[in-house]
Write a protein that binds this ligand. Structure first.
Ligand code: NAD
Ligand code: UDP
Length: 338
């Protein structure tokens, strides 16, 4: 009995594979390596001592999926595979819809043909758009997305919901992630963005390691305590453990469930810089820049539902997130690129 982890060589996927193996699950990874390296799987083995069955294939490749479902004894799928760069999605919307939506439709079709109707889907707080209220509960209405990437998440949530309603044999858990940062405590797996990072923490760690000169802060005139954007940063290992808990929920035949995975605490950009500096002793050079298009002022979770129903709660604080992000970056200045 195995869990299929699509996108398992990527940032969140690799950390989830570690926690799944630590919890005793057998894992099969499917990843086309479009945004990851096979080296992450070697690193996983060094951490857990366990073998991961790996297929280098695309979720759009129906023949490959058929082979996997015929060969492996898959009971559930954790579906991370997808393109995730917000800016790129604006420039290449077709590629995002093709990869994320068409790919997921092929995956779901092959799953049901093989009688596998359990899926945990990587959704995002981006589906709330500019949230109607904060802290954001799961009851907060979905908002208008500001880019094609966000729409792929919102649309896939709808597709999965409709499929579960039509066929209640499906167990579907939509996990809405807030802002995952940090890395495994070993410093051997972590986030390895292509090119210049879009997200705050990898940008900060690349400034710290000397790859980038300074951080640009996108706006200090938001309606927040210090004017910079406030987000709910969550340690990637906590996030990974949320998936292990979600698998136990699936085992109860839970039907359709939606959970926020966040800490419930928001930090501003200035607070993140300060915490990073205090956790690492490294000063981060920065300058003020105009607001980034599509950004919102504040976004943080109410994570009570995941606590009550999944028995899951974030354990790591912001200092550990910063220290672990730095350990990964400093030990691997070029990511997995040797
Ligand atoms: P990532 O890019 O590191 O991992 C995604 C993995 O999927 C990569 O290894 C990539 O090679 C693979 N992949 C992409 N398209 C594929 C395809 N067609 N077939 C097979 N493999 C494919 O990203 P991540 O940060 O680990 O994110 C994982 C998931 O979580 C994504 O769906 C992402 O949208 C979602 N998510 C991420 C964040 C975040 O801030 N990192 C926040 C919310 C949601
Ligand atoms: N941010 C910033 N400079 C950067 C990257 C991000 O000031 O180089 C800010 C951004 O405006 C937001 C916060 O940091 O307020 C988190 O941004 P990120 O892209 O990491 O996450 P998201 O906006 O998707 O929640």
């Amino acid at each position: 009995m195995s869990i299929l982890v699509t996108g398992g060589a990527g940032y969140i996927g690799s950390h989830t594979v570690v926690e799944l193996q630590n919890a005793g699950y057998e894992v099969v990874v499917l990843d086309n390596l479009s945004n990851s390296s096979k080296e992450s799987l070697n690193r996983i083995k060094a951490i857990t001592g366990k073998e991961t069955v790996f297929y280098q294939n695309d979720i759009n490749d129906r023949a490959a999926l058929m082979e996997i479902f015929q060969k492996e004894k898959i009971t559930s799928c954790i579906h991370f595979a997808g393109l995730k760069a917000v800016g790129e999605s604006v420039v290449k919307p077709w590629e995002y819809y093709q990869n994320n939506i068409a790919g997921t439709l092929v995956l779901l079709d092959e799953m049901r043909k093989h009688g596998i109707k359990n899926i945990i889907f990587s959704s995002s707080a981006t589906v709330y758009g500019d949230p109607a209220f904060i802290p954001i509960t799961e009851e907060c209405p979905k908002g208008t997305c500001t880019n094609p990437y966000g729409f792929t998440k919102s649309m896939l949530e709808q597709i999965l919901t409709d499929m579960q309603v039509a066929d209640p044999e499906w167990n579907v858990i939509l996990l809405r992630y807030f802002n995952p940062i940090g890395a495994h405590a070993s410093g051997t797996i972590g986030e390895d963005p292509n090119g210049i990072p879009n997200n705050l923490m990898p940008f900060i760690t690349q400034v710290a390691v000397g790859k980038l000169k300074e951080l640009g802060i996108f706006g200090n005139d938001y309606d927040t305590p210090d004017g910079t954007g406030v987000r709910d940063y969550i340690h990637v290992v906590d996030l990974a453990n949320g998936h292990v808990k979600a698998l136990s929920k699936i085992a109860e035949n839970c039907g359709l469930k939606i959970y926020n995975l966040g800490t419930g605490t928001g930090y501003s950009v200035f607070e993140i810089i300060k915490n990073f500096e205090e956790a690492t002793g490294i000063k981060i050079a920065y300058s003020m820049k105009p607001r980034r298009q599509g950004d919102i002022a504040s976004c943080y979770a109410n994570a009570d539902k995941a606590k009550a129903e999944l028995d899951w709660q974030a354990k790591y604080g912001i200092r550990e997130m910063c220290a672990d992000a730095w350990r990964w970056q400093s030990q691997n200045p070029r990511g997995y690129g040797v």
